[in-house]
Design a protein around this ligand. Structure first.
Ligand code: CS2
Length: 533
């Protein structure tokens, strides 16, 4: 099935209301209502009917819609009409259900303290829900018109085992190896589509990972080679095998660094946007003015002229990725866990807490020397800009949102810097508090924080472990084992001990003692808000 036009493919069902709790009371955003929108809202400046699809995106969450889809929207407006997006949800139909009645249109609300700019984005032409129709997804991927496959599926969906290799025992991987024509995972879809293209003599697409993983393209490439190896090994027909070599040698997996803060949309956002637009938008996306995309320039099948729309094309994205993961995301995780323990529900409120602010500055001072000196990174300007972004009160970015999936996030955000400090023999005491704060925040769920306030793929094991109330050292060792933190690195034991000291403090007297031990005046102000809100 060739998704030639970006007119939205009729979904299996076209529900009237979108997300639960959303009721369409007036006309809704769609191609037909675009012309009635107030002039202050920017609408697609191109004929959507003339756009053809060149990109299939896996994981059409809010981040994709605020970031890659917005960049592509600008390419389309500039006349590069061959790069429309077919959006694929690998799990839930929610986004499709919200966007299909709107012809794929949605509002991007760019919010800074005191200002809001509205843009209607038109780059997502059609949406597919993989569990409903895996064959349609495979057909879109195998279509020669598809030249780039982008992914934002979150860290946990890469299905890495504790040591970083593919989790070959994961039920979805086992399923996809047994059922290559009806996959569930991104790995299964990409492998089957590449196999079909190869059999048809079609050039492979380029796979562009846009998740917050270190060396994200190379990481996905390695996982795909492992997956293809398992697939080849299971194939009876030797002629059909050989995908491993194809994936290894002939498919490009450029790395990229993506950045834009995207808080979850609330019902209040929906109500406000509808009032401003005069039509309902079932799922507008909130974001900040800042955006950044740095991509390794390796697209054998062609690409949009992204560099004309603010994207930085480079030979090696590594230094940018590390700077973003360690300074932005590392600080985010620190703000999330310490913020939750101090009673702050949003990033801006937590960052306005002098103790947390002082802590984040010290965290940056520890992480910055781990970044390459010769890559021309301006870390002072970068952290100054981060401080402004974290202070954006209009975003109300919830600490609980960032707290999700800590076991998947901390290795590249915190552990990697901590290990490099230990290797270099530089003093490091702040990074390790973030790991302890994660453990303490996990343990606080169902006590000072609501049950399920944030979640983690290891929740079952973590909850069982933390309920035992083992001594701090044993707890941290068991958590490192579970999450695979620091692998079999020589500094693992030292790291565990440093985390355990902080955990002792957090258990004894919360963040006050943990901060005091670092020379930070953590004398608790009363929590400025209720984190359960
Ligand atoms: C955040 C990121 O939720 C999180 O873990 O740290 O989503 C962060 O907002 C983005 O990476 C910013 O680009």
């Amino acid at each position: 099935m060739r998704q030639a036009q970006t007119g939205v493919t009729p979904p299996v069902t076209r529900p009237e209301a979108s997300k639960p709790g959303t009721v369409m009371t007036r006309s809704h955003l769609s191609d037909a209502t675009l012309s009635s929108l107030p002039t202050a809202a920017r609408i697609p400046a191109y004929d959507r009917g003339k756009v053809t699809s060149g990109i299939v995106h896996l994981g059409v969450g809010a981040f994709h819609r605020a970031h890659q889809a917005a960049y592509v929207d600008e390419c389309l407006a500039a006349g590069e009409t061959g790069w429309g997006i077919i959006g694929v949800s690998l799990r839930s139909p929610d986004t499709r259900d919200a966007l299909a009645p709107q012809d794929g249109l949605y509002t991007l609300a760019i919010r800074s303290s005191g200002e809001e700019e509205l843009r209607v984005i038109g780059s997502i032409g059609s949406m597919l829900v993989a569990p409903e129709n895996p064959e349609a997804v495979l057909a879109a991927l195998a279509d020669p018109g598809t030249r780039i496959v982008t992914l934002t599926i979150t860290e946990k969906a890469y299905l890495r085992a504790a040591g970083g290799r593919l989790d070959a025992a994961h039920p979805d991987i086992v399923h996809d190896l047994a059922n290559p024509g009806a996959p569930r995972t991104a790995h299964g879809f990409i492998a089957e589509a590449l196999a079909r293209r190869r059999a048809a003599g079609t050039q492979p697409f380029t796979v562009l990972c846009c998740d917050n993983l270190p060396a994200n393209g190379a990481t996905l490439h390695r996982l795909m080679i492992e997956f293809a190896g398992l697939r080849d090994a299971g194939l009876a027909q030797a002629a059909e095998a050989g995908l491993t070599r194809h994936v290894t040698d002939e498919v490009a997996f450029p790395s990229s660094m993506v950045d834009r803060i995207v808080p979850a949309t609330t019902d209040a956002d929906r109500t406000r946007i509808a009032a401003e637009l005069g039509v309902e938008d079932a799922w507008p996306v909130m974001t900040e003015p800042f955006r950044q995309w740095v991509i390794e320039d390796n697209f054998p099948g062609g690409r949009p002229a992204w560099e004309q729309f603010g994207v930085t094309m480079v030979g090696d994205v590594g230094p940018f990725e590390d700077m973003k993961l360690r300074l932005l995301n590392g600080a985010h995780s620190a703000i999330a866990y310490l913020g939750l323990l101090c009673g702050h529900a949003t990033v801006d409120r937590a960052f306005a807490d002098p103790a947390i602010r002082q802590f984040v500055d010290a965290l940056w001072a520890e992480a910055i020397p781990t970044l390459p000196e010769d890559a021309g990174l301006d870390t002072a300007a970068y952290t100054a800009e981060l401080a402004e972004r974290f202070s954006n009160t209009a975003l109300a970015h919830r600490t609980a949102q960032i707290a999700n999936d800590g076991s998947q996030k901390l290795p590249q955000r915190i552990i990697a810097s901590a290990i490099e400090c230990l290797e270099a023999g530089t003093e490091m005491v702040h990074l390790t508090l973030v790991v302890a704060a994660w453990i303490a925040a996990c343990a606080a769920r169902g006590k000072t924080l609501p049950e399920g306030h944030f979640t983690d793929p290891l929740d079952t094991q973590l909850t069982a472990l933390l309920s035992q109330q083992l001594p701090a050292n044993e707890t941290v060792t068991a958590v490192f084992d579970l999450a695979g933190f620091a692998g079999d690195h020589a500094e693992r034991q030292t790291l565990i001990q440093l985390v355990a000291v902080h955990l002792v403090h957090l258990r004894r007297d919360g963040t006050t003692l943990a901060f005091a031990a670092l020379g930070i005046d953590g004398e608790r102000r009363s929590a400025d808000e209720d984190p359960k809100r």
